[in-house]
Design a protein around this ligand. Structure first.
Ligand code: ADE
Length: 256
């Protein structure tokens, strides 16, 4: 019998990736494959075959990582997890956003093609896979309800993690860290449905669309894409993000 094709888990930043790689190594071990200046960790997480890798930041980094995961590692589904700046009404630090659709907010080939449309592909909004996104949303809801309380009370108070919410909808991606009220307002005006801004998800969704591979994108809100974003983001990343990522991925794979 051939073993089932692995699930790809891509993390945007090192702390998130490390916790999952450590869990893999603590299980039945991980094989590390170095390719294109990235490490791909091949093994099992909570009994499921997985490849965990750190994409690094930005759309090109994400697209090249997903392409390698599909071609070289034969992954059958792709999950991208990381942090994002909150944009939508009522989207607060500590909330979780699961993407239903993704748009590259910095893609503009007008007047040749409509704004946001990927030239010659004819698509601007890339759908996430409904089943995988549903499973991610279930995992995130279970995590918020049952696991978040295990984060020290002091950390929860520092970051204002008072009953964080789960949102589903549009996530927008671009090669720009949004760190100012004016930039955030411009994005909200152009894409009023946008719940969160990040730098990789829509590129992952585009590659997965082109190869016919289901993808899911989950984002934990680390900042409000405002004038304090560059301070809030690293603090959240250091103290909170990996707790969320690890807990949500664990819930996802245990339920699979
Ligand atoms: N990732 C986390 N916060 C972000 C922001 N404010 N802009 C873009 N990507 C982000």
């Amino acid at each position: 019998m051939t073993s089932p094709a692995p699930l790809a888990i891509i993390a945007a930043l090192m702390p998130e990736c490390e916790a999952l790689v450590a869990a893999m190594a603590a299980g039945d071990g991980a094989e590390r494959v170095h390719l294109g200046r990235r490490d791909y960790h091949v093994g099992h997480l909570w009994g499921r075959p997985c490849v965990v890798t750190l994409a690094r930041i930005g759309k090109v980094a994400a697209a090249t990582t997903v392409t390698a995961l599909i071609h070289r590692f034969g992954v059958e589904r792709v999950v991208f997890t990381g942090v994002a700046g909150g944009l939508g009404d009522g989207v607060r630090v500590g909330d979780v956003v699961v993407a239903d659709h993704l748009v590259q907010h910095d893609l503009d080939a007008t007047p040749l093609f409509p704004r946001y449309e990927v030239p010659l592909l004819g698509l601007a909004r890339f759908p996430a896979d409904p089943a995988l996104s549903g499973a991610l949303a279930d995992a995130a809801a279970a995590f918020l309800t049952h696991d978040l309380a295990e984060l020290p009370a002091g950390t929860r108070a520092t970051f204002g993690l008072d009953r964080p919410a789960l949102h589903r909808g549009l996530v927008v991606s671009g090669d720009r860290f949004i760190a100012g009220a004016a930039a955030a307002a411009a994005l909200r005006a152009d894409l009023p449905e946008a719940l969160a801004a990040e730098m990789e998800g829509a590129a992952v969704a585009q590659v997965c669309h082109e190869y016919g591979i289901p993808c899911g994108v989950l984002r934990i809100v680390s900042d409000s894409a405002d004038d304090k974003a560059h301070i809030d983001f690293p603090a959240f990343l250091r103290e909170v993000a990996s707790f969320y990522t690890y807990g949500i991925v664990r819930r996802l794979l245990e339920a699979a």
